[in-house]
Design a protein around this ligand. Structure first.
Ligand code: NDP
Length: 308
């Protein structure tokens, strides 16, 4: 990975020094594989967690912090040592993801993926679109990522409907529904944006039936995880022109293999998992969540970003 994502001793010191840590707190990080050190650690922080190592050696662990928002590869949490919690870095990607979501919707509305396809064919084919106000966005997941996308889309006068597990209202979306009401919303949706975690409930949630039920000419964006959507069905509906475009940032296998048929699907725009990572100060922002949690723990307050 890019050095911007490496957790260094200096970054840990910088982030945690302002926190009034009780002397007993021992923080280990990164690729540490020293069994004795990990047995002594109260906190472990890493970009990729070695769950077997932590469950075998992490006798004193209280917080395991990961520098990603997606935690599907760490589920179920049966590997966590007794008394420890897993916290994630949800929130650090929000600003960049918000900008990407805005860009993606405007690109799809203006038919840019279709123009990219036409450009490869050396074809000049105009298709004028009107302004975007009044179109409907269905935002699947309105957490850190989805909320930031909604905030940036709202000034465009779009009708934004959010799908949340809780169904709770969200200030940046006009209306919120629970996932079991999804089918009622598809037929008049212009833009479907995925920004939910990959869980047993969301895996395959946007299958062939859901994609086919979208309004003819609708388009989709996936910034979540590939397994939430059926990409074969998506490709078929793009070829048939039922859907007018798609922007995919996440794939089952990354890097996407050169041989993947997705590269050549018309009106499909591929970005290599870049929609939400801002390398500038990334580790510092992740460690700031950990620092806040250590301060909260010392004050007996509930921790942020606990994965359950
Ligand atoms: P959050 O936990 O902040 O938000 C998740 C949202 O999804 C919440 O609104 C939640 O509902 C909703 N949700 C959860 N389960 C369901 C469900 N079964 N049906 C419908 N909605 C559901 O996470 P983030 O916004 O930080 O991240 C979301 C995901 O995005 C990550 O898990 C990761 O997979 C992916 N990601 C991708 C990145 C990229 O570079 N492309 C970068 C960062 C994250 P409720 O509000 O009710 O809890």
């Amino acid at each position: 990975r890019d050095p911007a994502y490496r957790i260094t001793e200096e970054a840990v010191r910088r982030a945690l020094s302002p926190v009034a840590l009780p002397a007993i707190i021992d923080v280990r990080y990164g690729d540490e594989r020293d069994e004795r050190a990990i047995r002594a650690a109260h906190v472990f922080v890493a970009g990729r967690l070695d769950m077997g190592m932590l469950s075998a050696w992490g006798e004193r662990l209280r917080i395991v912090h990961c520098t990603s928002a997606g935690v599907e590869s760490y589920m179920p949490l049966d590997w966590l040592p007794p008394g420890a919690v897993l916290t994630n870095s949800s929130g650090v990607h929000a600003a960049k993801a918000g900008e990407f979501g805005l860009l993606a919707v405007l690109m799809l509305h203006q038919g840019i993926p279709a123009y990219a396809t036409l450009q490869r064919q050396h074809r000049w084919q105009r298709s004028l679109s009107s302004t975007i106000a009044g179109r409907k966005v269905l935002l699947y997941g309105v957490g850190a990522l989805g909320g930031a996308v909604a905030e940036r889309l709202r000034p465009l006068g779009l009708d934004i409907v959010g799908v949340r597990r809780s169904g709770e209202p969200h200030p940046a979306v006009g209306r919120t529904i629970r996932p079991d009401r999804l089918a009622d919303e598809l037929a008049d949706t212009d833009f479907l944006i995925l920004a939910c975690p990959l869980t047993p409930e969301t895996k395959g949630a946007i299958g062939r039936a859901e994609l086919a039920a979208l309004k003819p000419g609708a388009s989709v964006v996936n910034m979540a995880r590939a397994a939430v959507m059926d990409y074969d069905a998506l490709a078929g509906l793009l070829v048939e022109r039922h859907l007018s475009g798609a922007i995919l940032d996440v794939f089952d296998r990354e890097p996407l293999p050169e041989t993947s048929p997705l590269w050549d699907v018309p009106n499909l725009f591929i970005t290599p998992h870049v929609s939400a990572d801002d390398p500038h100060g990334y580790v510092d922002r992740c460690l700031a969540i950990l620092a806040e949690n250590l301060a909260r723990q010392a004050d007996g307050l509930p921790l942020r970003n606990v994965v359950d």
